[in-house]
Design a binder for this molecule. Sequence first.
Ligand SMILES: NC(=O)c1ccc[n+]([C@@H]2O[C@H](COP(=O)([O-])OP(=O)(O)OC[C@H]3O[C@@H](n4cnc5c(N)ncnc54)[C@H](OP(=O)(O)O)[C@@H]3O)[C@@H](O)[C@H]2O)c1
Length: 116
Amino acid sequence: MRKKYGASWALVTGSSSGIGKELARTLLGQGLDVILVARKEPLFDAARRELAAQFPRRSVVQVEANLSDASGAWMAAIEAAVGEKDVQVVFLNAGFILTGMFEQNAVQAHLSGVSA
Ligand SMILES: NC(=O)c1ccc[n+]([C@@H]2O[C@H](COP(=O)([O-])OP(=O)(O)OC[C@H]3O[C@@H](n4cnc5c(N)ncnc54)[C@H](OP(=O)(O)O)[C@@H]3O)[C@@H](O)[C@H]2O)c1
């Protein structure tokens, strides 16, 4: 992304684990600085520390945001983190899957992504 498009900053949602974390690792490896977005969970701190330790010359910014909050209150934290940074690459990866039969999960879980 840096070599081909000259990108310097990326933002990845759902980057505390799984595919999002590996996307962030790949971008850091390509020489981009990265804004990580995920919910406030202990594993998020660990993920940021791990990536920052692996790429000490890169900036790794951590933004705690519950994207399931329909009020959109989380946007302020993202805006504050982005600030004047030139973010050219965005991966909207955060998501969830409910397992089991439809009726076995609470309606709130279907609507907001909060696990039952
Ligand atoms: N793995 C697969 O085979 C597969 C297949 C098809 C599609 N997908 C999709 O690809 C995406 C990533 O999958 P994955 O396997 O890497 O999942 P994962 O390991 O569960 O990671 C999901 C990430 O999203 C974050 N997240 C979840 N709910 C959030 C919320 N409300 N607000 C902010 N962040 C939230 C999680 O962090 P916290 O929970 O700590 O916030 C985590 O960082 C998902 O959308 C998934 O549905 C995956």
